[in-house]
Design a protein around this ligand. Structure first.
Ligand SMILES: *Cc1c(COP(=O)(O)O)cnc(C)c1O
Length: 352
């Protein structure tokens, strides 16, 4: 605490990201990174940017990248907004589209950055409980609200909401923006992006951090009708004109264009997830159905925090959330390579 801090800073409760340990030889299954590297074409594109042109500012609007994303999704470039990681796209969304007199709604168990943005921007919010089986019930969102946001699949549960339910949610809330955070959609769900053509209140947010194996490049984007995108641009141009540097713009475009590569990465992760879930169920775990690159599981005979600590002693890092109390028994475990998955299952076999 310092007397030099603004009142806003005194009131902040910042997000705590999963740790990035400096130790080598760890099985790191705590932050949902891709266990495989990005496309060789990404590396080539990034290397080509290491040139004299770095003295010049990058394209402030990332036009080539936005055109590539638009072509990939079959929308117009005016329907695409890009940012420095989807966390930045989310932050601008909270400010531009979700801050209203009525409260913003999101699930009680969800990405814990959402309440942090509410604190930063002074947004009134309410949580809506997931069902007993950790599902979003869209009928529970039929209350006066200033916006709705949730990840699909949800984090940290991994549970997927179908497009039919999302359409019911959109139809039931025509007066507010529904933001769907599709950070994990490539690992097993149908994207809501095609619905943006019919629904002016739908914004879909994506990241290249997980399925494209580019967490280190920091690129995220949003797709929605141009009026929503214009709101995001107004915030962006009041904050940072050049959110994506030259490396990020070139590398992200190369990754989007090499769809065969990233689809093969997703297929490998999905295959390992199936093996991992089977093995954990055999060990007595209750594993929620996952459409993501992580699983959310608990063992009836073991405490979540103790299990996480015991795995850590064996150099395996997973994520444990102390609150809300309902998820304290669970571990969120990223799907790694087959070898990492075997190491995890061996350790759990010894512990359970
Ligand atoms: C990882 C994650 C993000 C953030 O992704 P970045 O693009 O790396 O900032 C956003 N939403 C959810 C639900 C995530 O899990």
């Amino acid at each position: 605490m310092s007397r030099y801090w603004s009142a806003v800073v005194h009131g902040l409760t910042p997000y705590v990201p999963g740790e990035q340990p400096k130790l080598a030889d760890l099985v790191k299954l705590n932050t949902n990174e891709n266990p495989y590297g990005p496309s060789p074409k990404v590396l080539e594109a990034v290397r080509a940017e290491a040139a004299d042109t770095l003295r010049l500012y990058p394209d402030p609007n990332s036009d080539r990248l936005r055109a590539g994303i638009a072509a990939y999704h079959g929308v117009t470039p005016e329907a695409v907004f890009v940012g420095n990681g989807s966390d930045e796209v989310l932050a601008h969304t909270f400010m531009a589209l979700l801050k209203h007199d009525r409260p913003l709604l999101f699930p009680d168990i969800t990405y814990s950055f959402y309440p942090v943005y509410c604190g930063l921007y002074g947004i009134d919010c309410r949580t809506v409980p997931l069902t007993g089986t950790f599902e979003i019930r869209v009928e529970d969102y039929r209350v006066p609200n200033g916006g709705i946001i949730f990840p699909n699949p949800n984090a940290p549960t991994g549970r997927l909401l179908g497009l039919d339910a999302i359409e019911r949610l959109l139809a039931g809330n025509p007066g507010s923006v529904v933001a769907v955070d599709e950070a994990y959609i490539d690992f097993g769900g149908a994207s809501a992006i095609p619905l943006t053509a019919r629904h002016p209140n739908l914004l879909v947010i994506r990241t290249l951090s997980k399925s494209h194996a580019l967490a280190g490049l920091r690129v995220g984007y949003a797709v929605g009708q141009p009026a929503l995108i214009e709101a995001l641009n107004r915030v962006k141009d009041s904050f940072n004109s050049y959110p994506l540097d030259r490396f990020a713009q070139a590398g992200a475009l190369a990754s989007i264009e090499d769809s065969a590569y990233f689809e093969s990465l997703c297929a490998r992760v999905v295959a390992t997830r199936a093996r991992m879930v089977d093995a954990m169920i055999r060990l007595g775990f209750e594993v929620l159905p996952s459409a993501a690159n992580f699983v959310f599981a608990r063992h009836p005979a073991h405490d979540g925090a103790e299990l996480a600590a015991a795995l850590r002693e064996r150099h395996i890092i997973v994520r444990h959330f102390r609150s809300p109390a309902r998820i304290a028994p669970f571990l969120r475990i990223t799907v790694g390579t087959d070898g990492q998955c075997d190491a995890l299952v061996d350790a759990l076999t010894a512990l359970c």
